[in-house]
Design a protein around this ligand. Structure first.
Ligand SMILES: [Zn+2]
Length: 321
């Protein structure tokens, strides 16, 4: 066997292997009954006429996974007909107020629910700026907390507990965290959001996957680690393309970065959310900046929008009666 033939053969084998690996990674979404309801498509400003950040992943119209619960998200949770009894897990991206402000409303609402089994709440580890998730919950609902009257939901004297599960946060050695919840696979990766520990989340079931960027400038490109072949990529659009605001760019990614991630990861549909005044009125420019990299489906979320995970299409609104 001459060396040219041998080299050609090695090349072919390598190509087959490469195709094989990407083919297995490219699972086909086999569940048409999964959808995402946008509970809040706004950020922290009180002038945007949008609820702050929040989403539910549903199966057969039952709320299964709650992702963030910022101000106003609880009203759209109600509009979507979501039930606390149906939840398998709560995932928090980070503890900024616009992502967790309605959490006490969820705990109080639980008092009036029929739920009897513990509900895991996943969130990031702490640092000098922010308490770790268990301490955050203690400060709110512990016996010396602001809402001590709800402490039974932490100590087990109520019908069920909100059980904190701390996700490690290490930007120097970012690892993908994995867990299972009621048939769903949950994955999280640390993402850069200024000094605040923050997580990007990926939820998978039946070959379908949804990725939530959370708030991040994506320094270190850690979001790329969980975005691969996502059916739906919910990306936060909190700075406009061409922004010269260096602080904002440390906290949030510009549209071109969203496009780069989506194209590189082979994302099927991207939904932009978490709008702010500076991004609200520049959507054509945003679409252009995303589209310079990414040619898949792109949507701009409104509160209550419902998106099919399988098709990426908007299928309705929880605001419709
Ligand atoms: Zn935010």
């Amino acid at each position: 066997m001459n060396s040219i033939y041998l080299r050609k053969m090695i090349k072919t084998v390598a190509l087959v292997l490469a195709v094989g690996i990407s083919a297995t990674a490219q699972a086909v979404c086999a569940n048409p009954n999964l959808d995402v309801v946008v509970l809040g498509s706004g950020g922290p400003e009180l002038s945007d006429k949008r609820a702050s950040s929040g989403y539910i992943l549903r199966e057969n119209k039952k709320a299964r996974i709650l992702v963030d619960f910022g101000s106003g998200a609880s009203l759209n949770f109600e509009r979507a007909g979501a039930q606390i009894e149906d939840l398998q897990a709560v995932l928090l991206s980070h503890l900024h107020a616009d992502h967790v402000n309605d959490f006490p409303a969820l705990v109080k609402g639980a008092f009036f629910s029929e739920r009897g089994r513990d509900l895991p709440v996943y969130g990031p580890a702490g640092n000098h700026a922010v308490p770790p998730l268990p301490q955050y919950l203690q400060r709110l609902f512990g016996e010396n907390g602001a809402y001590a009257y709800l402490s039974g939901f932490l100590d087990g004297s109520e019908a069920f507990r909100f059980k904190p599960v701390t996700v490690p946060f290490d930007m120097k050695r970012p690892q993908v965290f994995s867990a299972k919840a009621g048939g769903f696979t949950l994955r999280a990766v640390p993402v850069a959001h200024g000094i605040i520990p923050a997580l990007g989340w990926r939820i998978e079931k039946d070959g379908c996957s949804v990725v939530f960027s959370g708030d991040t400038g994506n320094m270190g490109r850690t979001l790329d680690k969980i975005a691969g072949n996502a059916d739906l990529f919910v990306a936060h659009n909190a700075v406009p393309e061409g922004s010269a605001d260096r602080i904002a760019l440390k906290l949030h990614m510009p549209p071109s970065e969203i496009g780069r991630i989506a194209a590189g990861a082979g994302v099927k549909s991207a939904v932009l959310s978490h709008f702010m005044r500076r991004t609200e009125n520049v959507k054509p420019q945003t679409a252009e900046a995303v589209g310079a990299h990414y040619s898949g489906r792109l949507a701009f979320a409104e509160d209550c929008d419902i998106y099919s995970v399988q098709s990426g299409l908007k299928t309705g609104s929880c605001a419709e009666k």
